[in-house]
Write a protein that binds this ligand. Structure first.
Ligand code: HEM
Length: 205
């Protein structure tokens, strides 16, 4: 089986988790309480040792295989969509490494409940907010765009307009959803009071 096929299979596992996870963040547009209630309801699905182990393995494999595919095809890549696909995939690789490491560190070392406040805390400390706003914004935007690019190759026989919309519709939805998620985390949509234990993560000793 080619590495590209394995990359697709692993993507299905991550996409299943991401569908739940992004829905959680969409629900969180309604505020921290909605986000936390939804997360507590879905945690029994993915916080199972076997499921977490498979998910973390898929994340590591996805990052490694994705970077391999991006670098291997560098010189043969022509046209906008292949470059958008590679760029969104490379951003996701960066994001996933940092994001999953932070969540595991937050749970195992800082002994924090990695909930809405864990994700939002950085927005309330300068200069960290200048990192977290684009970091989360481009994560959701890149995910939707990358999936749109994957779908693009499945509609090659269709008219140009259909092919263009196959990328533009998910990318546009990703942009709007991402913007609202970031505004919610940043406390622009609802007041957010970050508990002291999460704030302490960013305070210089
Ligand atoms: C605004 C964007 C995002 C925010 C604020 C966010 C926040 C979080 C939080 C708070 C957790 C901990 C979950 C828990 O404790 O139950 C988490 C875990 C995780 N997130 Fe995200 N996330 C975002 C986007 C993404 C995206 C786009 C992906 C993948 C494509 C992703 C993949 C993961 C993975 C793999 C875990 C670890 C799950 C586990 O093993 O428990 N996240 N994220």
């Amino acid at each position: 089986m080619a590495i590209r096929d394995l990359h697709r299979i692993s993507a299905l596992m991550i996409a299943a988790y991401a569908a739940l996870h992004v829905t959680n963040h969409i629900v969180g547009i309604g505020g921290a309480v909605s986000h936390i209630n939804f997360m507590e309801a879905i945690r029994p699905i993915y916080r199972q040792p076997v499921i977490e182990a498979v998910l973390l393995f898929c994340v590591m494999f996805q990052v490694g295989s994705g970077l391999f595919l991006a670098i291997r095809g560098w010189k043969q890549r022509h046209g906008l969509i292949p470059w958008v696909q590679a760029a969104s995939g490379m951003y996701l690789a960066f994001f996933l490494v940092v994001h999953v490491s932070a969540v595991l560190l937050g749970r195992a070392v800082l002994k924090l409940d990695t909930n809405f406040y864990f994700a939002a805390a950085g927005f309330y400390e300068t200069p960290y907010k200048f990192f977290f706003a684009p970091y989360y914004f481009f994560a959701i935007f890149a995910l939707f765009t990358h999936l749109g690019c994957a779908a693009y190759w499945q509609v090659q026989a269709r008219p140009t307009l259909v092919r263009a919309l196959t990328v533009l519709i998910p990318a546009g939805c990703g942009l709007v959803i991402s913007l609202f998620i970031v505004l919610s985390l940043a406390g622009v949509l609802h007041p957010v009071e970050i508990p002291a234990e999460y704030k302490a993560t960013y305070e210089l000793k």
